[in-house]
Structure formats: C-alpha cells, structure tokens
Ligand binder design. Structure first.
Ligand code: HEM
Length: 169
C-alpha cells in the first residue's frame, strides 16, 4: 500500500477529514492506539527531528501520553484530551500548539515518514482502506502545522475565519 506525502503550499486552503472511528477500533481501541503512538514517539527519538522534542524523560513521557489521548479523541473515541483544548475546536487548538516550534516542510516529511514506519509495524492487520483514511488526515492536517518556509518566511495557518490567519514576513 502506498502512503504518499503530498507537498505543502504556503497559505493554501487545506481540506481534511478526521479519521474514522473504525480505524481506532481496528487498531485495537485505546490500548492499540497507545501502542502505535508510543512506538511512533520511540521512533521520533531516533529520527532527524528528535531535537524538536523534550529530552527530559518525564517530559517526553507526557508528550507521548498527550499525543495518544489526542489521537483517541480525533478518531471519535472518548473525549480524553479535550479539557486542554477548552472551548477551541480540537484541530485549531492542535495547530496553535505547534506555533511554538519552527516547523519546516522537511520536518513534516520526517514526521510523516516516522508515522508511516510506526503504521507498518503496528497496523499490520488493519484494513488498508482504514489505514489510508487515517493517513489522509495526517498528510493533510500536518500541512497546517508547517509554519516556517524555505524562503525564510513564516505563515501560521488557521481553521478560523481567514482574517484570523497571521501572516508573517
Ligand atoms: C497530523 C499532524 C500532527 C498532529 C495531529 C500532531 C499532534 C501533536 C500532539 C497531540 C501533541 C501534544 C500536545 C500536548 O502536549 O498537549 C504534539 C506536540 C508536538 N508536535 Fe505535533 N502533531 C502533528 C505534526 C507535527 C509535525 C509535522 C511536527 C514537526 C516537527 C510536530 C512537532 C511537535 C512538537 C515539537 C510538539 C511539542 C513537544 C513538546 O511539548 O515539547 N508535530 N503534536
């Protein structure tokens, strides 16, 4: 199965669909998603983007668990992450979390490549159609986390009214 990485255009309107609940069920529910995400983060620490993430063991553990909770909720599982997002839309909140980091297209490609490796290891028995739907969410949504471009400019995407988007230099 080919899980392609499509490229980002600065300021483009990104369309995406949250992954289906069937993916969460097929991966083994909450515990299965935890296994996938912990494996992903273990791989992240061996990757070229490890420096983006906390080096402290306890902080690393927190990010692993937060990430797991987010993915459980975005796949239509129990709302175990939402208290952090408060009244903001969950996906908008997730874009804003990434504003604190200078995320380049190259970092996104490495992030997605690492997730693809984790899926190859942990989603072996899952229906290809469901994996593809999960992947389409990741490929598209991750474009909104890219805020630093090769021409040296920044752009912070938003799902809110376009006038709320903050254009950098
Ligand atoms: C589909 C795309 C992505 C999703 C759904 C996602 C999701 C998340 C989640 C749930 C967290 C934890 C938030 C919390 O602490 O409450 C997080 C943190 C983070 N993500 Fe992402 N992410 C995505 C793409 C990326 C990409 C492409 C990068 C590139 C380097 C990245 C870098 C980070 C960093 C640096 C953190 C923070 C670590 C810290 O707290 O120090 N993410 N992400």
């Amino acid at each position: 199965m080919s899980l392609d990485i499509t490229s980002v255009q600065k300021g483009e309107e990104v369309k995406f669909k949250n992954p289906p609940k069937e993916f969460l069920e097929a991966i083994g529910g909450i515990e299965g998603m935890r296994e996938l995400m912990y494996d992903f983060y273990d791989k992240i620490y061996e990757s070229e983007i490890s420096h983006y993430f906390p080096q402290d063991e306890e902080e690393f553990q927190k990010v692993k668990e937060k990430n797991t909770q987010f993915f459980i909720q975005i796949c239509g599982g129990p709302k175990v992450y939402q208290e952090d997002a408060k009244e903001l839309d969950l996906n908008e909140y997730m874009i804003r979390i990434h504003d604190d980091f200078s995320i380049t297209e190259k970092a996104r490609v490495e992030w997605l490549g690492t997730m693809r490796d984790a899926l190859n290891d942990k989603a072996k028995g899952v229906d290809e159609k469901l994996i593809k739907q999960f992947w389409d969410y990741l490929d598209n949504f991750s474009k909104l986390t890219v805020n630093s471009f090769s021409d040296g400019s920044t752009y912070y995407a938003s799902l809110l009214d376009k006038s709320d988007s903050r254009l950098g230099n």
